[in-house]
Design a protein. Sequence first.
Length: 211
Amino acid sequence: MASNLWDWLINFAEQLGYVGVFLTSLVGAMSIVIPVPYTLVILTLGTRMNPLLLAVAGGTGSAVGEFSGYLLGYYGRAIISEERQRKMNHMLRVFEHYGAIAIFLFALTPLPDDLLFIPLGIMRYNFVKAFVPSVLGKILMSSILAYGGRFYFDLLSIAFGKGESGLTGMIFTSVVTAALLIIILVALFKIDWERLFPNYTQEAEKLEDNS
C-alpha cells in the first residue's frame, strides 16, 4: 500500500516536473496527522532533476501547505472563550521574541509542523512572520533531501522508510502526531501564561487593547 502510494507520487511529480513537485509537496504538507511521504519524492527525484530547482519547488509547496494548520487554528479561535483568548494574547507577546527561530527549526526538521502552526493560528500570530521562516526552513530541508538523494540515496531511503515497512512508519507517525497535537493544544488552553511569563503582562494588555 505505502509502496503503491510512493510510486504514484513519484510518477505524478515526474510527469509534471517542478510543478508536480510543488503540488505533491503542497498536498503532502496539508495533510494533518495522516502523513503523505512527499519528502520521499524530493529525495528520489534528486537523482533525476536539478536539485536546486527541486528544493525551491518542494520547499515552497510544503511551506504553503503547512498553513492549512494555521488556517484551522485561526478560524477555530472563534469557538474559544474570551478568557482563553486573553491568555493566548499574552502568549503571543512571548512568542514574538522567539517565534521565527522556532518556526524555522520546525520547518527544517522532520517534526510535524502542524504541532506548531495550529497553535500559531489560534494565537493569530502574524502570517508573514510565520511564512518567511517556514519557507526558508522548508527550502533548506528540501535542499538536503534533493542533494542527499543525488549522492546518498541508498542510505537516506533507509532512514526515511520505503515499501511496506514505510506503512508501519506512517501509522506510527500518525498516532504520535495526533497524541502530541492533543497535548500541545491542552497545554495551550490550560496553562496560565500570565503567571508563567509575568514580565510580559503589560505588553499583553496593550496588545489586547489594540485588537
